[in-house]
Ligand binder design. Sequence first.
Ligand code: C5P
Length: 307
Amino acid sequence: MNAPTSVTVRVPAKVNLRLAVGPVRGDGYHGLVNVFHAVSLYDEVTVSPRSDLAPGQAVLSVDGERPDHVARVPLDDSNLAARAAALLARHVPHATGVHIHVHKAIPVAGGMAGGSADAAAALVACDALWEGDTPRERLLELAAELGSDVAFPLIGCTAVGTGRGEQLSPLPVQGTFHWVFALVDGGLSTTKVFAEYDRLRPDAPEPTLDDALVAALAAGDARRLGAALTNDLQPAALALRPELGDLLEAGRAAGALGALVSGSGPTCAFLAESADHARELAAALRASGTCADTVTAHGPVPGATVV
Ligand code: C5P
């Protein structure tokens, strides 16, 4: 069989249903208990060979419907998808140079792990392009080397991440949950949000999982899930972007079952009762004037998939 001429991988965004953050560790990272939930908001990453580049070297291009988000994606070697290609190239025999094209739908620097998702997609896409047949366990290890949130989009669905968030174990979920994500202008730096967290919580306790959250997911109970959503980074994100408080309040007032900052923000997530309720909630949020736009999505969905 001939090697493929290009490979496209579709990869989901995540929302954290619980983000419990412990004290800062010796390596500068925080111990986490992080419940990741993959939602139906996807980036598409296409890789094609470039014979003029060294193995593992990448050139990037990006497009998408939101020019302000597209403009925030780095196109140099600091892009995590380019680093993913370079890392994998050191572990497979037939690596080439690549063009990586990202079609963006996941908010950039929004707390939905879009950059990490693209890196996970680039690993899967390059492995298929280079016919690496890298075992899944190995891809997960390489993903964890790239960043704390890169392994999860490989598996998708719903999972608990411990350690710095990269040690994953899947959680059972019944049914589908419906979400509204409210986008605001500008991004937030994950590093700065964690630094603000350290300032606000110098005495953070060890992070734990919450039985009520696990039970709500297993039962497919959106009301109980809404009540169990928590994010320890939220006070830090609100300290840096106080206007997010009004956005969360607007969602609660409009009947969201739960409202929280997604990851390190500034995107905010709202849980709805149904797909119809999600559309109503989205309209109410847009009308409130507290966000730039909204997107609706459902979860859980599977991880990175070749299309
Ligand atoms: O691992 P990743 O590069 O995605 O992390 C980005 C930043 O988020 C880190 O540089 C660190 O400041 C912060 N972080 C942390 N503890 C974690 C994960 C991330 O402090 N468990």
